[in-house]
Design a protein around this ligand. Structure first.
Ligand SMILES: Cc1cc2nc3c(=O)[nH]c(=O)nc-3n(C[C@H](O)[C@H](O)[C@H](O)COP(=O)(O)OP(=O)(O)OC[C@H]3O[C@@H](n4cnc5c(N)ncnc54)[C@H](O)[C@@H]3O)c2cc1C
Length: 298
């Protein structure tokens, strides 16, 4: 069987468990600078699934993140965990992208850079935007089947993939053709920790925007180009792609390619008000059901 070419799409997200009043900007977008940034949790499950498939079937795990320069941190994390290579999709002209424009840019990156891909893996959902739309929209734009809520891959054989997906009250066994896009849930696996050897190697990895700072640290490299070449040879250069690199149409990304607008974002704290305890007895439940019927809730 041909080795698998896999692309994992990962997002750097603000740690929404630590939301504060500064979390939102006036225009309704997330004030990322005010929050610690982390690897979107279910993207770690997607990465783990890809690494696991590589162990079974062979092949390569490529990781792409679209985001600001700081997103290079999640790419380094992916390298620490075992990814073969990682790429940052970053361009000022991507700013303001909604899920449609984001999935267009991701689709362009996959098809221009990895035209022979077999599997694209996404997390089920990002913990900031929370829409769970980017995976399915990217599959639609790639024109390939999608399997969502995937928990386990049962078999890949003869151009077909058989997977178990999470559904209400159980799981479903589904099969489709390759290439395919999977969205992976947090119940799929336990992401592996950083591998010490890889951490020692890839913590020195750098992106184009790091070069000016590094040049003053390593004066033996006379130019940014010489330093870039050195890092490339060592496998420590994280490429950054802009709009031209992925042949994106400027009408399809950023504000121009985004039909949705954030009108308002509110931070909601749930209080005990309106909360009612139901006694776990036959009488308690009967009374609760009667109230629901009276309330037309049931
Ligand atoms: C009108 C509008 C304007 C916006 N403007 C901005 C802005 O200016 N700046 C900004 O940062 N965000 C902006 N956003 C948010 C941005 O669109 C979303 O963060 C992005 O599309 C991902 O959507 P989501 O978080 O719901 O991801 P989901 O759909 O929940 O993510 C599902 C999966 O898709 C993959 N994925 C999602 N996003 C990425 C990514 N960036 N790179 C790689 N893989 C990814 C991951 O595997 C993830 O687990 C805007 C959104 C809207 C609606």
């Amino acid at each position: 069987m041909k080795e698998l070419s896999m692309v994992v799409l990962v997002k750097q997200v603000p740690d929404t468990q630590n939301l504060t009043g500064e979390a939102m900007k006036e225009d309704g977008t997330v004030n990322r600078a005010a929050l610690p940034a982390i690897f979107n949790p279910e993207d770690l499950n997607a990465l783990e699934m890809a690494l696991d498939l590589r162990e079974t079937y062979g092949g390569a795990v490529h990781v792409i993140s679209m985001g600001p320069p700081s997103a290079v941190e999640v790419l380094k994390e992916a390298l620490y965990r075992g990814a073969d290579d990682a790429y940052l999709l970053s361009d000022r002209r991507f700013a303001g992208s909604d899920t449609l424009a984001t999935s267009f840019a991701l689709k362009q990156a996959v098809t221009t850079k990895f035209p022979d891909f077999d599997i694209v893996l996404c997390g089920r959902q990002a913990i900031d935007g929370d829409t769970a739309q980017v995976g399915p929209q990217t599959a639609e734009k790639l024109g390939i089947p999608q399997l969502t809520y995937v928990e386990r891959i049962e078999e890949i054989k003869d151009g077909m993939i058989k997977a178990r997906k999470l559904i209400d009250n159980g799981s479903e066994l589904v099969e489709t053709t390759l290439p395919v896009l999977l969205t992976v849930t947090d119940s799929a696996n336990e992401p592996r920790p950083y591998l010490a050897k890889r951490l020692l190697k890839y913590r020195k990895a750098a992106c184009g925007f790091d070069l000016p700072g590094l040049l003053s640290k390593y004066p033996q490299f006379k130019t940014a180009e010489a330093l870039r070449e050195h890092l490339k040879q060592k496998g420590l250069f994280i490429e950054m792609w802009g709009m031209e690199d992925i042949q994106a149409d400027k009408e399809e990304v950023g504000f121009a390619g985004s039909p949705t607008t954030v009108k308002m974002i509110e931070s909601i704290s749930l209080t005990g008000k309106g909360f009612k305890k139901v006694e776990p007895t036959d009488d308690g439940i009967a009374q609760f059901v009667a109230e629901l019927i009276e309330d037309h809730t049931w």
